[in-house]
Design a protein around this ligand. Structure first.
Ligand code: NDP
Length: 419
């Protein structure tokens, strides 16, 4: 039983909110707060009458700590679920600390302005020290650990699908299948088709920044960086079929390298069709992926933000996307002195998601785990002071809830491996 403040009302938030409303025993009251209040009001109107959860809405600029504090102090939630953008992670964490409430999110901190000299100096030092150049990393949020510990509050980081479910799969594999995990391959396959020549499945700005960046993987205690899309493999995904997939840098590699003892290699692969890659390369070549403001006819615009305004809203892809996603992890390691390999994965059907909550499977596979992680914190199953990634908690309740709330998983003990 509790009261939750949800910040953001986009694609992922919409699913998380639908799922909170299916779990009214835990979420007795929710407040949906975002930059554009009309979106929150529209969702409230859609859900009221279908749930026992009491829904209110509010307007908030989550870049502004004082506004956030005022909202938290007036609504008095037990926890805040941040499903806005990674740009707001730190301001929302600051407000949670100031007001004494728990914090949950689905993506690690990334600055909106990567030309900010103060951020840039720290970033460039990190690139040199750590050996990967992604704009996002966990250091900013892990730095809050002591403050959350002292305040007796929990911050749960990265409870989407990847990171999130893939991290919980890793804790589950370690607990039930291995004495030691040697390698982890995270495979993210979207076999869906929305019929547009080019669109992104979640926030275009965040998505295109991630995909156009250098790739990297963790091996023998350090990062190995690759050029974007340099490493390609073909994999035959259960219920989807054969797809090209490319090695990317991804945030859960960083936390799993820290939290899975003895792991020797962690890689992340995502599938892309040739049309997506050709469009992205072209947009990059003409400067449309740039995050640096330019002056256009007397007005300052950021090219990637302008591009976002042109592309289909990911939340609108639901009715037109058909096909399935398959996301999971292949683990190799040892149990009782014997080598073994397992593959844990979930298959999700875009149209089934749309029928249930009005969203495509990418928002669904992120929004469901956002609700689950939040429920475990609110119900005090995953409650300890500090800042944690999901794999640092016991995975069993989370795995049960995935089955109950629409993301059933499979363990294959004889999978195809990735060379
Ligand atoms: P959307 O762009 O669809 O939604 C973002 C929402 O945040 C919008 O409602 C937007 O408001 C709101 N917002 C943005 N800035 C502010 C602000 N300053 N103050 C208040 N509200 C604000 O994004 P998605 O739903 O696709 O993604 C949400 C999060 O989920 C992102 O952090 C993304 O990285 C993460 N994610 C995680 C995944 C995982 O597996 N772990 C996978 C996919 C996404 P407005 O409507 O006014 O624009």
């Amino acid at each position: 039983m509790g009261r939750l403040l949800i910040i953001g009302c986009g694609g992922v938030a919409s699913v998380a909110i639908h799922k909170c409303c299916q779990n009214s025993d835990t979420f007795t009251e929710i407040c949906i707060a975002s930059r554009t209040k009309s979106k929150c009001d529209a969702l409230k109107e859609k859900l009221e009458g279908t749930t026992k959860t009491v829904i209110t809405t509010a307007q908030v600029d989550a870049d502004n700590v004082e506004e956030l504090k005022a909202l938290i102090n007036s609504y008095k939630p037990q926890a805040v679920l941040n499903v806005a953008l990674p740009y707001q992670d730190l301001t929302i964490m600051d407000a949670c600390l100031a007001c004494g409430v728990d914090y949950i999110d689905t993506a690690n901190y990334e600055p909106e302005d990567t030309d900010d000299p103060e951020w840039r100096a720290i970033y460039e030092k990190r690139c040199k020290d750590e050996g990967f150049t992604a704009y996002f990393d966990y250091s900013w949020q892990w730095a809050y650990k002591e403050r959350f510990e002292k305040a007796g509050l929990t911050a749960l980081l990265g409870t989407g699908f990847d990171p999130g479910v893939t991290s919980v799969f890793s804790a589950y594999a370690l607990k039930h299948y291995f004495d030691e995990i040697e390698t982890i391959d995270i495979l993210d396959c979207n076999g869906g088709d929305h019929g547009y020549p080019f669109a992104t499945n979640f926030n275009p700005e965040i998505n295109l920044r991630e995909v156009s960046a250098n790739g990297s993987y963790w091996e023998n205690g350090h990062w190995v960086e690759t050029k974007p899309m340099e490493i390609k493999r073909v994999y035959d995904f259960p219920q989807v079929g054969e797809k090209d997939m490319y090695l990317l840098h991804h945030e859960e590699i960083e936390s799993l390298a820290k939290n899975i003892p003895g792991v020797k290699r962690i890689r992340f692969f995502m599938t892309f069709g040739q049309s997506y890659l050709t469009h992205m390369k072209c947009l990059e070549n003409v400067g449309m992926l740039s995050t640096s403001p330019i002056n256009f006819e007397g007005k300052e615009i950021v090219p990637i933000q302008f591009l976002k305004a042109l592309l289909p809203d990911p939340a609108s892809l639901g009715p037109r996307t058909v096909g399935k996603t398959n996301i999971g992890c292949i683990y190799t390691g040892t149990k009782d002195g014997k080598k073994k390999t397992i593959y844990i994965y979930n298959v999700c059907d875009h149209q089934e998601c749309y029928r249930e909550v009005g969203s495509q499977a990418i928002s669904y596979t992120t929004g469901v785990p956002a609700m689950i992680g939040t429920a475990l914190v609110m119900d005090k199953v995953w409650k300890k002071p500090g800042v944690f990634n999901v794999e640092e908690f016991d995975p069993d309740s989370y795995m049960d809830m995935l089955n109950r709330y629409g993301l059933p998983w499979v363990v294959d003990e004889n999978p195809q491996i990735v060379e």
